[in-house]
Design a protein around this ligand. Sequence first.
Ligand code: IMP
Ligand code: MG
Length: 194
Amino acid sequence: MPAPKKSPRLHPDLAEVLLTEAQIRRRIKALARDIKAAYGDGEFTIISLINGAVMFTSDLMREIDNPVRLDCIRVSSYGAKTKSIGTPQIIHSLTLDIANRDVLLIDDILDTGKTLKLVTELIRKLKPASLRTCVLLDKKARREVPIEADFVGFDIPNKFVVGYGLDFAERYRNLPDIGVLKPEKQNAAAWATG
Ligand code: IMP
Ligand code: MG
């Protein structure tokens, strides 16, 4: 007898799933082809913005067969908030030398644009041969700084999303799909201990 059809998983804290694991996987394969077309067979250095871009970077780089180097930059996070406040800060910077190297900067989501602006300015000061940027998600409606990424996975509406590396107060990064967090879960009190 055929197994009963499984209903799609919906984490109880999510209002809806925006992008399924399968959709993300398919899009990453196409993105990898575009990136490959831009770099040819040459070596490049991937710079991943942690923690958010961890899963995206790990899946994307496995679709790319060029020789690559990997480094990470950590930028201050929102904490238990859903809107960025003030200017992001670099908490941990590069360890690799990127002078005269082709660099691909990877982030999970382009929102106001402040993070990408800060980090691209830092990288440009280190005189790479080239710099391209790649984000999985683009929330164009929220842009405050005029900046666009060279490679974009998905344009998404102005909703706070979690999963596949994206967090709220460091939770939900391990969800395989990307979904919209329920409004009642979008406040620090929802995570108070005790
Ligand atoms: P920006 O500096 O406003 O462009 O914000 C970019 C950073 O904010 C991303 O690297 C994410 O860490 C975080 N972020 C922005 N929007 C969301 C969201 O909807 N869910 C989770 N994190 C987000
Ligand atoms: Mg981030």
